[in-house]
Design a protein around this ligand. Structure first.
Ligand code: NAP
Length: 288
């Protein structure tokens, strides 16, 4: 058996296509989406990411600006900046670029971005809506995992879903979204005693850890859907958390690169447009 590979680039292109009419409608209504990225200090690793962010926005009719704050900016200075962006009606979305300097803890900033402008979905109010089962702005990674799962069209109700990794942006919100679909969800983490015991039961296996080779072929149920979120550099290759051998066992698999990654990037655009829609009083967008 060879798994069907879920093509993240094709899914991302389709999401962008679907966004076009929404962006146009916002422009016609005089409420164009406008994303501001804030960075404190210039991290060389972020430069490519920021360039791609700008290109993605500009190619899709979304305004974009990068606000550069100095590396020694105080927490108060960054909070003041976010406060000004929060009150500026022409700014419809705000993203804070990581890494942040040590004097600026990310958690303090998450609460400072108004929930309606929170394109990363990490304001406590937006994270709370995921627990309520009424998600509006969800973290880009969790949204893209769900987009990959929908693409495979496997039944979720009653399915055994195992999520490996419990981070705020990936594992935890994904587990809650799967729970909303009435999957039976198990979350594994660093304290899990026997990872394989759980992964072998999974009809749907989401792996978001950042450890190459963590999940081997012998840890996968035949025919399972595997969403590999991990991005790891091994020599000059980019690999996920799941061994290539799993392709012979799984039914569906997201490749790395070219799987979850491109969908996550496009989901940032989706959330930017969604924020602008919420601010314009338009109804929330139903995924499908
Ligand atoms: P993170 O915040 O470091 O979280 C990693 C999680 O894995 C933690 O919950 C950790 O648990 C758990 N973990 C560590 N070792 C484990 C083990 N041996 N068995 C089971 N669980 C273990 O990372 P993240 O931000 O969620 O990202 C995870 C990976 O996804 C990284 O490779 C990252 O680059 C990638 N990523 C990809 C995308 C994409 O679009 N494809 C987006 C975001 C992230 P403890 O906290 O208990 O140690």
């Amino acid at each position: 058996m060879s798994a069907i590979l879920l093509d993240g680039n094709a899914i991302a292109a389709r999401i962008r296509e679907g966004l076009r009419a929404r962006v146009e409608a916002l422009r016609r209504a005089g409420r164009p989406p406008f994303l501001v990225a804030v960075q404190a200090g210039k991290d060389p690793a972020s430069a490519i990411y920021l360039r791609n962010q700008r290109r993605l926005c500009e190619e899709n009719g979304v305004g974009y600006r990068l606000d550069d704050l100095p590396a020694d900016a105080s927490l108060d200075a960054v909070l003041d900046h976010l406060d000004a962006l929060g009150r500026d009606p022409s700014v419809t979305g705000v993203i804070v670029q990581r890494p942040l300097p040590p004097q600026v803890p990310a958690r303090a900033l998450q609460a400072a971005i108004p929930p309606v402008k929170d394109v990363e979905g990490t304001n406590p109010a937006n994270l709370g809506m995921v627990i309520y089962g009424r998600p509006t702005l969800v973290t880009c990674t969790a949204l893209s995992v769900m987009a990959m799962i929908r693409e495979a069209r496997v039944p979720l109700r009653g399915a055994e879903a195992v999520v490996v990794g419990h981070s705020e942006i990936a594992g935890k919100p994904t587990a809650l979204l799967l729970l909303d679909e009435l999957a039976t969800v198990t979350v594994c983490h660093i304290g899990t005693r026997d990872l394989a015991l759980h992964t072998r039961r999974a009809d749907i296996l989401v792996v978001a850890v950042g450890k190459p080779g963590l999940v081997r072929a012998d840890m996968v149920k035949k025919g399972a859907l595997i969403v590999d979120v991990g991005i790891n550099r091994v020599g000059n290759r980019t690999v996920g958390d799941v061994d290539e051998g799993a392709r012979d066992v799984a039914g569906f698999l997201t490749p790395v690169p070219g799987g979850v990654g491109p969908v996550t990037v496009t989901t940032l655009l989706r959330n930017t447009v969604e924020c602008a829609r919420v601010q314009a009083g338009l109804p929330a967008w139903q995924e499908g």
